[in-house]
Design a protein around this ligand. Sequence first.
Ligand SMILES: C[S@@+](CC[C@H](N)C(=O)[O-])C[C@H]1O[C@@H](n2cnc3c(N)ncnc32)[C@H](O)[C@@H]1O
Length: 241
Amino acid sequence: VVLVGGGPGDPGLLTVAGLGAIREADVVVADRLAPLAVLEQVRPGTEIIDVAKIPRGEFTPQEEINRLLIAHAAAGKCVVRLKGGDNFVFGRGGEEWQACAAAGIDVQVVPGVSAALAGPALAGIPVTHRSLNQGFSVVTGHVPPGDPRSTVDWSALARSGTALIVLMGVANLAAIAQALIAGGLDPSTPAATVSNAGYPGQRSVRASVADIAAVTAAAGLTAPAVTVIGSVAGFDPLAPQ
Ligand SMILES: C[S@@+](CC[C@H](N)C(=O)[O-])C[C@H]1O[C@@H](n2cnc3c(N)ncnc32)[C@H](O)[C@@H]1O
């Protein structure tokens, strides 16, 4: 099984190694956010399994995906597991590797360009910029601050001095911004949301962290989207250095 990171959506952002693996595959198990246009490049006879299809209103459960990977590989087939971005960034790549390893299946990894970095870059935001910051933190906003399931310390992030890159956070953006401001982040800190990065429908907005949730909603930006919070989100390439 080859875990291939497909990049943020534009087939041009799939790596050469990723494309090579797809062209050699007997079976490709593809996800919703994978760059599906590259599947035109498979060999004749390659089986494509789209696990984003919604049987009975639900996505294919992870256990079923693991079972498919193992069953095809155990039958001697070369299986590519194609996901959006990088399989190890909120992509369950580790779980799939563990399931394969437990079944005695060899795994190779082809890293992908994560939307966490490509989203900001495609919207003209460098996630580090020497005069502005010395790092970035990538977190999921899937679980809102204050929820007992959340393990993210939003006040620590507010004081971290790093840019914050939030994935899966559109629905909880107002709560996230509030938690960061309550944790000490200046409400005027620049922020930006980029949706559908790398797709023809890519859109982005910029606002202060205090306003970013309202501005994102008013512009109608929806998932998949990345929000960047920190001085780099106000980056202007034409500004004097
Ligand atoms: C389950 S995570 C998978 C992340 C993926 N493994 C990666 O490395 O990019 C899905 C989230 O990634 C972000 N995302 C993925 N593709 C995106 C895109 N093309 N534009 C903006 N955000 C994207 C969104 O926050 C989305 O909700």
